[in-house]
Design a binder for this molecule. Structure first.
Ligand code: SF4
Length: 334
């Protein structure tokens, strides 16, 4: 562990964490809402710095990032802890649990990414993922700095729930993000996730505005966030940021504290059709019945990328342009 960034000392040994909008004021001996930042004798400590609960070499499509170096791999790692408490969390063993983890100082993470780079399996960098990387902030920023020295990309798979100052410090090191927008309703965030919507939208807008490649995922839950009106509002807001930002609708399955049945396929297809009226690229995820997907050129309809499961193949993509009509695409492929 190490001393945390972004906090202030208050009276009586209390510390005020300034990393995320949960705004925790933590008494000595206690942890914050995310459970991995703790007040030890008046100093805020990042408990999971240098520790890692899960790591693997994943296809970039699995993050999901469909428009960021398709067909490549990324060394993915994460720790325990999260600053939201979504009742349906699909990864609650990590986000809400604690248990065995391994030593993973930043230098080791970058070394593993380098050693796993093989012909035919291009590793483009590191993805901070699995639980919530923003509460693992010190590990992420130090590893990202080191990764850049080795010409690696940095990817964040995140709930986007962070305050402005830490976000601004981190963004110059992050090449791509997938941000989970869990619903387009503040009441959903308050009642289901113990958070708020607005900071998440601000993270998407700010990240895109600084040139970071952004994709958005929304897990549709029957009866909670899947109404046509809400889907249209989400797509309309995202189109206002950029029509080129890919939107992934992901299928929910019962998990942790939520027992509703899985999202019907028809709901997902309907959401895709509604959002596709506003956005150029809308995808479905967690849907094994429909394993194929394609990215089409928004101008001429040529197939730019073809996917089967997590395997992707560039078809009419030349660098970042459509080979047929030469339109610039939103696919990063340098
Ligand atoms: S990062 Fe953790 S400790 Fe800090 S405000 Fe957010 S939930 Fe609280």
């Amino acid at each position: 562990m190490r001393e945390a960034d972004f906090y202030e000392r208050l009276e009586n040994g209390v510390v005020h964490c300034l990393l995320c909008p949960q705004d925790c004021r933590i008494r000595p001996g206690k942890t914050g809402f995310c459970r991995i930042r703790a007040n030890q004798d008046g100093t805020l400590m990042a408990l999971k710095y240098g520790r890692c609960a899960s790591y693997a070499m994943d296809p970039i499509e699995k993050k999901p990032l469909y428009h960021f170096h398709p067909g490549t791999y990324i060394f993915s790692l994460g720790a325990f802890g999260c600053n939201l408490r979504c009742r349906h969390c699909q990864n609650w063993e990590l986000s809400q649990g604690d248990g065995e983890d391994v030593e993973m100082p930043p230098v080791r993470a970058v070394d593993i990414a380098r050693s796993w780079h093989r012909p035919g399996r291009r590793c483009i960098g590191l993805a901070y993922t699995y639980s919530e990387p923003l509460v693992w902030y010190e590990q992420v920023i130090e590893t990202a700095r080191l990764a850049r020295e080795h010409d690696f990309k940095n990817v964040l798979v995140t709930n986007g729930y962070v305050r402005s100052e830490p976000l601004e410090e981190l963004l110059p090191l992050i090449d791509a993000m997938n941000v989970d927008v869990k619903a387009f309703s503040d009441s959903f965030y308050r009642e289901v996730c113990s958070g708020r919507l607005e900071p998440v939208l601000r993270t998407v807008e700010r990240a895109h505005g600084t040139g970071c490649h952004v994709e958005v995922t929304c897990l549709l839950i029957p009866g909670l966030n899947d109404s046509p009106e809400e889907v249209e509002a989400l797509a309309g807001w995202l189109a206002g940021v950029s029509k080129d930002i890919p939107l992934h609708f992901s299928r929910y399955f019962p998990s942790w504290k939520m027992t509703r049945p899985p999202t019907p396929l028809e709901t997902l297809k309907k959401a895709r059709d509604i959002a596709a009226e506003r956005l150029h690229h809308v995808y479905l995820g967690n849907v094994w019945e429909m394993p194929r997907s394609e990215t089409l050129c928004p101008s001429c309809g040529a197939v730019l990328v073809r996917r089967e499961g997590f395997a992707a193949e560039a078809v009419e993509l030349e660098g970042e342009k459509c080979r047929k009509c030469e339109r610039s695409t939103s696919i990063r492929n340098d």
